[in-house]
Design a protein around this ligand. Sequence first.
Ligand SMILES: *Cc1c(COP(=O)(O)O)cnc(C)c1O
Length: 438
Amino acid sequence: MVTQSRVKEHIETVTTINTDPADRSLRVEQVKLSLLAKRYGTPLYVYSYARLIENYRRIRDAFAAVNPLIAFSMKCNSNAAILRALINEGTGLDIVSGGELARGLATGADPAKIIFAGVGKTREEIVAALRAGIRAFNVESEPEADAIGAVAARLRRPAPIAIRVNPDVDAATHHYITTGRKENKFGIPFDKVRRLFRKLARTRGLRLVGLHCHIGSQILKPDGYIKALGRMAELLARLRADGHAIDLLNLGGGFGIAYEEGQEPMDMKALAAALVPELRKLGVRVIFEPGRSIAGPAGFLLTRVEYVKEGAVKNFAIVDGAMNDLIRPSLYSAFHRILPVEARRGRVRTYDVVGPICESGDFLGKDRQLPLLRAGDLLVVCDAGAYGMAMASNYNSRPRAAEVLVRGGRHHLIRRREKVEDLVAPEAIPAFLNGTGR
Ligand SMILES: *Cc1c(COP(=O)(O)O)cnc(C)c1O
């Protein structure tokens, strides 16, 4: 059983959430969550600026010896303030769509630090990226390389491309988020890369500048990366022997975080110690594309208990946050720690923490030991800064939550709560349905 004091010890050492010494209620940095709930309403995403920056710097510092380009994978959190905070620190962006390109540029990203990944880039997206002057396209298939080459030749702007290699490494993660195995849709099979380089070297419009791999997500041990780097180094040597000048090596993202108590996040120092000696020998610009490890532990979903329901075999805490706000538990059976905001001594009880959406899959956590809950209590879902708000939807016509950035004792609204008017604004009712036309 998780005792309050163990939870407290854990949260104080592992996250930027902490207890107010005066009343023992939870804060993010120096701001009480109860105050944020009152001020902005719930459900509410709350981010710690300090933790966001620290997460980035931990990766940067671990790999300082090779001075990598760290391209934040903005698909995990694309809020403009989060992006600006990281861009101010010198990060690049890893983008997967024209929408992300536009958002990144509008937020002030340096195009020379933008990497464009994704299996289905459209002609329009390729044009926009070439015009912007991005650092490289990660190319996932031969037809895609041909398409980029054709657009680039027409625009007379050679396209820098890195080939995404499928190194066939098992990263031991969830089957939806492992990407480096032979059977995945991602990348070019290892054995086919040399032939592809030979062909593409003659393709007008393309500059073959690099190799890329991304073996999965939420990876907690260095082994998969060590194996992948070994495979990539082998390939790099062969390609150079074939006469290709390659100067970028992108090892992707995927560094894991501690969602569960007792879980250890990826040890960045240990990972760097294992990879840096080899990387220094290769004479390449190293690129990483971390998302979750930067934004995940910096974000919290604050939610309020609406009803407590004693079921036949279970107790339910029905909260105002739902799968449309945070879909990871429903989609990946992901575990997020859930903590009571107000400390309360005494009995604990086991609850399923569920949302109000009409789906059995609408839950934030199952079988959680929490103090006896009452309507109105606040709960906070931890490690929700990555793939949280970015995957939020309007299912059940629920306006999306507001987002707040905390820095020290100050709080800043970085996305206002949606209104129902925002949901219906793009819709139109044809005149014939109103009986006023055909
Ligand atoms: C999603 C993705 C990332 C980021 O993964 P995280 O697990 O969030 O670090 C990086 N590179 C590629 C190609 C991706 O698809």
